[in-house]
Design a protein around this ligand. Structure first.
Ligand code: ZN
Length: 274
């Protein structure tokens, strides 16, 4: 199934470049109509209009659950351990937390900084397309509705304020979840398990990797989560961020910074810090 699903003023639209086609449903209703979207994508003719990134909301504004994997790229594990030498490893259970859905914003939304310890993390985000429980890895991609770019903005101070650390609130401040610009069906990218991923701050390249370096790739993540609970259509998974985050470099976000997040085949997010 092929489509690029976006959110224009609270309405689901198909998006191709700047052209859009109004689906006349709310974005979350699209997950019950993936086949319809595919048909409409294939038969699209003259667009209903054009839309700029600033007019787009999060493609998936109201997921039932949002999962986020921590420490899922080796270079990120190494750089974070150089900060505090906690002895992070890759062979225990995965680090999984949530971003509360209210933090999700669109691809050009401002990021509202709080304090001096806010950080960027460019990530591949997966949206679930079908009820998923106890699946094998080989069944996982069939349950994916689409892929998009996500920024897992983090307040590093709040992230570790409690003992033991509870990441969820530090990852969920207002505007801390830019996503989009569109949810892209996996068939529209060359290889969904091997996409170039990068993040620039004010034009300076900070993160530059490929999703093939995920320690736990998408299929393994979905098999693991679905062995514990049910994944629902529209649920999101932030899959983790590669090395080069601000905390490791001693370069936290400042007002006026422009975060440019790119993933091959999925477009770009451009968010300005305020
Ligand atoms: Zn993250």
């Amino acid at each position: 199934m092929s489509f690029r699903l976006a959110n224009r003023a609270g309405q689901a639209v198909l998006l191709d470049g700047e052209d859009y086609w109004d689906l006349r449903i709310a974005p979350m209703e699209a997950f019950a109509r993936l086949e319809d979207m595919h048909r409409q994508w294939d038969s699209r003719s003259a667009p209903d209009g054009q839309v700029s990134p600033a007019e787009l909301g999060p493609p998936v504004p109201g997921p039932k659950q949002v999962f986020a994997y921590g420490l899922n790229y080796r270079d990120h594990i190494e750089e974070m351990d150089e900060v505090d030498y906690l002895g992070r490893t890759t062979n225990e259970a995965p680090v999984v937390f949530t971003k509360y859905p209210d933090c999700l914003v669109g691809p050009a939304a401002p990021v509202k900084l709080v304090g001096d310890n806010c950080d960027y993390e460019c990530e591949l985000v997966v949206a679930i397309g079908a009820e998923t429980r106890n699946i094998e890895e080989s069944q996982a991609w069939d349950r994916v509705a689409g892929l998009m770019i996500g920024q897992d903005i983090s307040d590093r101070a709040l992230q570790v304020a409690a003992t033991p650390p509870q990441f969820n609130l530090g990852k969920s401040r207002e505007s801390f979840g830019p996503t989009g610009p569109a949810l892209v069906s996996p068939d529209l990218v060359d290889n969904p398990d091997d996409l170039a991923i990068s993040c620039r701050i004010n034009g300076e390249l900070r993160q530059n990797s490929r999703t093939s370096y995920l320690i736990r790739p998408v299929a393994e993540i979905m098999a693991y989560l679905s062995s514990i609970l049910t994944l629902h259509p529209g649920d999101l998974i932030f899959t983790g961020t590669p090395g080069g985050v601000g905390q490791a470099l001693g370069l936290y976000l400042k007002p006026g910074d422009v975060i440019l997040s790119e993933i091959e085949g999925l477009g770009a997010l451009e968010n300005t810090c305020v």
